[in-house]
Design a protein around this ligand. Structure first.
Ligand SMILES: Cc1ncc(COP(=O)(O)O)c(C=O)c1O
Length: 368
């Protein structure tokens, strides 16, 4: 309400307040707010120098934005198969693919490491490989604000060049639509700020003229209108103040599922002991028995009881658009096996204990 009554509905002081609050929360020197995480990924790629003819690699098990950002920059996109336990990009598959790519002089410029469901990728190993093979790393932490890795909050960028967060309504905290990029280097943060607002600056130290008029500005790059509004930033600031409460509830829901489902014929979400998930999603797998997939039948039964189970995600390379780019089903077998078996159970802040009991009981009956 204060922002609504203020002279600034956008491009005002609430943006910097929200940015500083996120930077402080995740322990990174710079945070740059943008209109959504897709824009955050796009700008991160540009600020790290991704261009035509270069390559971006990511996980096939993600939302399409994790890959599309490379195509926006004119780069080629390719995928790295997932780890069968964490469902994140596999560092072993990454290493093998990098060795092959090095021999053919086709190394990636950027690897986007997606923290699926809120659990961090094996960032230390990915960082070591980035040093050995000379690529940049973006953490796609759209699911993961509030999570941690090796006792540090996700977003410090200790093992990456940039971390991207989403504030879409289904995420841990929300601004309606919104995103944030955290980076260690001021130079990259400045570039991101320039690109999010048309490539235009009024900063006297950046202008090409000395002692400019008060109304003067320059467009120095080809940027976009990717700004967050002050209304959204104020909402984000308020949401961030409640994040621990949101996370505690998600952890509690996950714990209850773990306890209530452990004796069923399904795979519970594996948690790497070096990570603490933000629990954006609760993913179970129903292993295929022979050739028959139980996944669709179970989801149908859950939906019949108005339990909105879902699938995260259809492997990106199997989407018609990516098939048209030349990808084939069976290119990434772990990802495809995962897809045939996975179900996201309801996981959100207002899920009540009795609703969760109903979900568990329903699943028991359906599987029996
Ligand atoms: C892993 C991942 N990356 C990026 C995005 C894009 O986020 P946004 O909707 O804020 O653009 C999403 C959205 O769901 C996502 O799940």
């Amino acid at each position: 309400v204060k922002v609504l009554r203020s002279p600034w509905l956008t491009q005002g002081p609430a943006i910097a307040e929200f940015e500083q609050a996120v930077a402080g929360k995740v322990g990174c020197p710079h945070a740059v707010a943008v209109c959504n995480a897709t824009a955050a990924l796009h700008l991160s790629c540009l600020a790290l120098g991704l261009g035509k003819g270069e390559r971006l690699w990511t996980s096939p098990i993600s939302f399409v934005a994790s890959a599309n950002c490379g195509l926006y920059c004119g780069a080629e996109v390719d995928f790295v198969d997932i780890d069968p336990h964490t469902y994140n990009l596999s560092p072993i598959a990454l290493e093998e693919k990098l060795k092959r790519a090095a021999r053919r002089n086709r190394l990636p410029k950027i690897v986007v490491a997606v923290h699926l469901a809120g659990q961090s990728c094996a960032m230390k190993r990915i960082f070591e490989l980035s040093q050995e093979f000379g690529f940049r790393v973006i953490e796609d932490a759209a699911h993961a604000i509030g999570g941690s890795y090796r006792d540090q909050p996700i977003g410090t960028c200790k093992y990456s060049d940039a971390t991207v967060f989403s504030f879409h309504p289904v995420k841990i905290i929300t601004t309606g639509e919104g995103g944030m990029i955290t980076v260690k280097q001021r130079r990259i943060a400045d570039k991101l700020r320039l690109l999010r607002s048309h490539g235009i600056t009024r900063d006297p130290v950046r202008l090409s003229v000395h002692q400019p008029e008060s109304w003067y500005y320059e467009q120095q790059e080809l940027g976009f209108n990717y700004r967050l509004t002050d209304l959204q930033a104020a909402l984000g600031y308020s949401q961030l103040g409640r994040i621990e409460q949101f996370l505690a509830k998600r952890r509690r829901i996950a714990r209850r599922y773990n306890e209530a489902l452990h004796d069923l014929d399904l795979v519970l979400p594996f948690q790497d002991p070096q990570t603490q998930s933000a629990w954006h999603l609760y993913l179970i797998r129903l292993p295929e028995r022979g050739k028959t997939s139980r996944r669709n039948r179970v989801i149908k039964e859950l939906h019949r009881r108005e339990i909105m189970a879902n699938v995260h995600y259809i492997p990106i390379h199997t989407q018609p658009f990516y098939q048209n780019l030349g990808f084939r089903a069976r290119d990434f077998p772990e990802a495809e096996q995962y897809f045939r078996e996975v179900i996201s159970l309801p996981m959100f802040y207002t899920l009540s204990r009795s609703e969760q009991q109903f979900i568990v009981q329903s699943l028991r009956e359906i599987l029996a």
